[in-house]
Ligand binder design. Sequence first.
Ligand SMILES: *[C@@H]1O[C@H](CO)[C@@H](O)[C@H](O)[C@H]1NC(C)=O
Ligand SMILES: *[C@@H]1O[C@H](CO)[C@@H](O)[C@H](O)[C@H]1NC(C)=O
Ligand SMILES: *[C@@H]1O[C@H](CO)[C@@H](O)[C@H](O)[C@H]1NC(C)=O
Length: 379
Amino acid sequence: MAVLWLLLATLSFAALGKAAADGLPPCDFPALYNFGDSNSDTGGISAAFSPISTPYGTRFFGKPAGRDADGRLIVDFIAEQVKVPYLSAYLNSLGTNYRHGANFATGGSTIRRQNETIFEYGISPFSLDMQIVQFDQFKDRTADMFAQGKDSGERGRLPVPGEFAKALYTFDIGQNDLSVGFRKLSSDQLKAALPDIVSQLASAVQNIYDRGGRSFWIHNTGPIGCLPTNFFYNHNPPPGYLDDHGCVKTQNEMAIELNRQIKEMVIKLRGQLKDAAITYVDVFTAKFGLIGNAKAEGFADPFKVCCGYHENYDHIWCGGKGMVNGTEVYGGSCESPATYISWDGVHYTEGANHWVANRILNGSLSDPPIPITLACHRV
Ligand SMILES: *[C@@H]1O[C@H](CO)[C@@H](O)[C@H](O)[C@H]1NC(C)=O
Ligand SMILES: *[C@@H]1O[C@H](CO)[C@@H](O)[C@H](O)[C@H]1NC(C)=O
Ligand SMILES: *[C@@H]1O[C@H](CO)[C@@H](O)[C@H](O)[C@H]1NC(C)=O
């Protein structure tokens, strides 16, 4: 009986999704604004600090492209889907074009401001509150420059002020709040901090809404316990430490709890922001599904890392050099990145990003279940 109910519930949910999307006109987003961490950084941290080096980026861009992958990120597939160019990083001062949006994400960003810095633990100073301050400044200054611009040449790389209200605002952030928490807090302390983390994410959305934004696409956080780095120095995990996919159980449980609270927050915000269309996107389920089903999906062992040298207790990060057994070793790329899920132990390959994008962009893992091209509609 329970199974039948579940089946009926699933069917009606699917029908609802289809019905929700039926007959809605496409949104034609003129611009895309993204906030996040390394999962969606398209050049921010490279511009602000030292550039991400080769072999990052080589598979798709033919050279490093400010991204922590061999090629495109999910945010690049989003740009393709909504038909805007790949996003320039707000922090990049060279060769940028903001006509169709900007990217405020930086590698190592957290939702909450942290005390530690990029130089100690790879934590970015551009936490979400700073990204929002940068967005506010971006909006005001580009409006001013647009008003002063005499012709399309002078205005060509600036956003059209009236288009901020029609733009899509995407968020993919929170994973580093967990990784800092795992390092510095007890499990109870981290759990107690989750409501504050989620409330700061809500404030960011509210701020953009107050500035005229209406369409929001919010990714939940991925299965952080499945990152191969978890196993670099922990070769013999005790019984019960891993879940049935081979990931660190307590870490994924924390991610699931964070996600539960993010989803609750999204539902609450919909009540408060009457003109907002806010879509909650279950990236966790997509990534976890890929990891649990890697072989059938055409990928190798999900815990194997494509780029870098990781054997026994010797670890040379992707693109780096180090000594192993008295010889210098280069942390280069594997032969066939397309078959790997993990690019460098922390970040996914372009192939995995593409797989995940294909699962999330059509709305099958969203609440409400509408594709990204319809995410301007409040359903
Ligand atoms: C940063 O440090 C201050 C002072 O030690 C402390 O009160 C605060 O809670 C810390 N913040 C975070 C996010 O760890
Ligand atoms: C270093 O030595 C270990 C143990 O003998 C061996 O498994 C590994 O392949 C060696 N690594 C290199 C880069 O020579
Ligand atoms: C979305 O795409 C995935 C992967 O191709 C597919 O399994 C799923 O049925 C699609 N869902 C919808 C609602 O189109």
